[in-house]
Design a protein around this ligand. Sequence first.
Ligand code: ZN
Length: 672
Amino acid sequence: MDKSTAQLKIQKLSKELHEHNYSYYVLSQPTITDYQFDVMLQELIKLEEQFPELIDENSPTKRVGGAITKEFDTVIHNHRMLSLSNSYSRQDLIDFEKRIQKLIEEEVEYVCELKYDGVAIGLRYLDGKLVQAVTRGDGTRGDDVTNNVKTIRSIPLELKGDYPKEFEIRGEIFLPLKAFEKLNKEKESAGETLMANPRNTASGTLKMQSSKVVAKRGLDCYLYYLLGENLSEKTHLGNLKKAAEWGFKVPLESERMIEKTNSIRGILDFIAFWNERRRELPFEVDGIVIKVNSYQKQELLGFTSKSPRWAIAYKFETEQAVTVLNSVSYQVGRTGAVTPVANLEPVSLLGTVVKRASLHNKDQIEKLDLHIGDEVFVEKGGEIIPKVVGVNVASRPSYAKPIGYITHCPECASALVRKEGEANHYCLNENGCSPQITGKIQHYISRKAMDIDGLGGETVEQFYKAGLIKDIADLYSLDPLKMLSLERMADKSVNNILKGVKDSLKIPFEQVLFAIGIRFVGSTVAKTLARNFKNIDNLKTATLEELIEVDEIGVKIAESVQEFFKDDKNIEVISRLKAAGVQFAVKESDEDIGVEKILTGKSIVVSGVFQKFTREELKKTIERLGGKNAGSISKKTSFIIAGEKMGPSKLQKAEKMGVKLISEEEFIQMIS
Ligand SMILES: [Zn+2]
């Protein structure tokens, strides 16, 4: 393809992809399948690889991320980006409306909208292209997060229609509840600390260095205010409707996410409506925003030093209670992570009595400037455990003492360590710290792991205290007589436990690998590792490079795997588990019996699009025949199965390293 043809093709694909992106993420009305979308995107990626000089700053390929921001530049806002003044009662709103009526004698129109619980963002567009995205910062200057914002699919990179040459649009970037839950599930199964709430996660995500990771998190954005010299509309709502025509995701009147009214009654009605329904929204809102609709009247009203006079935020009554902090205790989890917990004077909150609340970590305690004896505000968010959200410093008693964060483990007295880049402190005494030991056993027997029926968390603790088990391998040498001598243990329960333990010998290797609790190895990663390395000894001797070469295995996981096998205690436990008969190798399934492992010892890369197989099917076939799937081409690669649309950079690399390419047909011949 010559350059000018490529240019036309790139333009056409980009335009179509922007349009489909809009249909999917802004309108929620896709007109093509995900697969079709992906094929077009791959084609564009390929063309851009061939002709890098033709890549547009706002190409749809920017959505998948890739750019790394080492340090975020500070940018001065063209217009100050102030936060709104808050109100907590109807009376505040009535006063707000009266104040405005006094200054403006004619009738005033108000626009009510939702207050999204996320991170405020200002987006600058020039000639219909997104040129800069800046956080609020201190209101005068914020951080340039453009690369990361480009990965947010509901934010248009290119506009359509009759947009002004230059303008700024502001909105809120947030993490939808589903995306938040998904992220925490992944973190949980990998034994990582959970994120506190969607808002903190959104702001943390926006400031991540790798835009690729940002792209995967699934941030979303509603736009809610337009600024510029040449806006065609004279009202706030009018401008937002225009913005929708240009491709922005704005709150919809049809869903009552935004509403015009000319009375305090209308405002209060809107608040009452959303106070009832807000939990039905797929994202978090913490209140309602009321703005004067006319831009001219907004100008007339102007600003105080801190916020505009023409708008106010009404915060929903939070499910909050006030109580006293009596003490702080510390919990140690199975990974050794220490979590501070507030012990409170019991207080009623939403029908339950709250005595304990989460404090997350040391930073959080310092941020709140918590003292023992303080009056604190406790809230129930989406989480089960309530949290301390604020301190009434004004009422601090003279005897209140600041919290000196512990330096040693409350369970085993080892010195705590804070690892780089982590918010939590850790007790590293893995094999001598009781909650870590019982936590590991509890993880081992859990459903997704070894699924040992009849043995619950409490029994594990009982057995541990009685000296019956000290690690997971001890489960396989439990003495029935000693078990019977314990409280609440009868023949039946003992038999159940022994049977459960025996049944666990049938659990396949991939689940065993998850059960032994290697950090960052959740159930999905365990499957990938099991499939690629076949047995525990291969995994144990794998080099860092070999681990990383596997699809979906990053440096963090690879290092953690190596760390695990460096520990003598782990090696010892595994050898005892092996002796007990636990599965430490992939079992050939029935269909594999008699299959000749003709690809044993071969490292194979699959690349491109195929006619007869999907990529997944090809990879499975390779594994079934004893081969190994590698994620990238290296000197060790035996050959590449090349389909259509294999990337030119991969082709080049293969050529350079002298790695053989074979077609799908040739591969079928090879294995038949
Ligand atoms: Zn400890």
